[in-house]
Design a binder for this molecule. Sequence first.
Ligand SMILES: Nc1ncnc2c1ncn2[C@@H]1O[C@H](COP(=O)(O)OP(=O)(O)O)[C@@H](O)[C@H]1O
Ligand SMILES: [Mg+2]
Length: 354
Amino acid sequence: MKNDHLVTEEAVMAALSHVIEPELHRDLVSLNMIRNLKVTGGDVEFTIMLTTPACPLKSKMEKDARAALASVPGINEIKINWDADVPHDKRISNQIGQQFRNTIAVSSGKGGVGKSTIAVNLAIILAQFGARVGLLDADILGPNVPMMMGVSTMPAPRNRKMVPAENFGVKFISTAFLVRPDQPLIWRGPMLHSAIQQLLTDVEWGELDYLIVDLPPGTGDAQLTLAQVLPLSGALIITQPMQVAAADALRGMKTFEKLDVPIIGVIENMSGDFFGTGAGEKLACEYQVHYLGSVPLDANVRIGGDTGEPIVVAYPDSPAAEALRSIAKEVAARVSLLTLQQQAANLIPIQMIG
Ligand SMILES: Nc1ncnc2c1ncn2[C@@H]1O[C@H](COP(=O)(O)OP(=O)(O)O)[C@@H](O)[C@H]1O
Ligand SMILES: [Mg+2]
């Protein structure tokens, strides 16, 4: 069949310049997200460079791009490849000398709400999407991450630096590794400070897209210490579905606000018939922060933590794992946005970027 229309790169780019990135509200072309465009006769191939491999809007962007290209005469086949370049929060390497692009604190007003469970599962999901992920267990009161990750020892140090343990594609380190289980340690403020500092700087983390920090519950020392030693891209607030739990979570949010740490959003955990549902969303709404979704109460979530095989690995198709995946994508997208805003604010201090 004869094809009368010659497809040009210009025509393709012009069409794609009408596709809007739904979070950033600008078009894919001016955001420099279209890369490696190849036009071979009527066949078009290009890469969309995302700001996170866990982008929740991939399918929408693909649909919009294909729709836009439908207006270009002569196109035969369209192949879209995906890649991601996670925005870099430069404050982090400036302050601690580690190549972490983003840092996420996971926090809750009180213990037992599922902070570690969510930190662990989010870390694994982001790694499954192809991101480079580290997890720092700074919960000195209950350092559960090693157990949940199914690894109880740390590799031998290398070049006088600690080497993080690794499982499910996630590098992690825990305050539990700093103490012997038979030697209970009473942590005081200055010790907590130096422990967190050490786990950030004296560890061979390598380059990471996301460092996730599992904080102790509460709204005290640890939050303050962490915010002092590590620039935070944002904080996640975990709450249970009951109103009393939301009150604790609110105090946590206020702590971060005082420390100038943006709230990425609120996650409600253990939702369902038993504890009810709704406090997380209400809290997010009242405090005008993002509501990132809820994770159902499910015995397999607990079993996953107890056996060192988290639900997103053991039962990736379960509703709880699906919920965690959708939350993880939302978190990744929000973090990219926060970091881009942070970069813009550093470049143009006077102008507000909305
Ligand atoms: N959605 C859930 N469904 C069932 N059990 C859960 C869920 N989330 C967490 N748990 C369990 O609740 C307990 C407390 O969770 P954990 O993550 O240790 O809380 P925190 O870190 O806030 O103290 C753990 O035994 C964990 O496995
Ligand atoms: Mg915990």
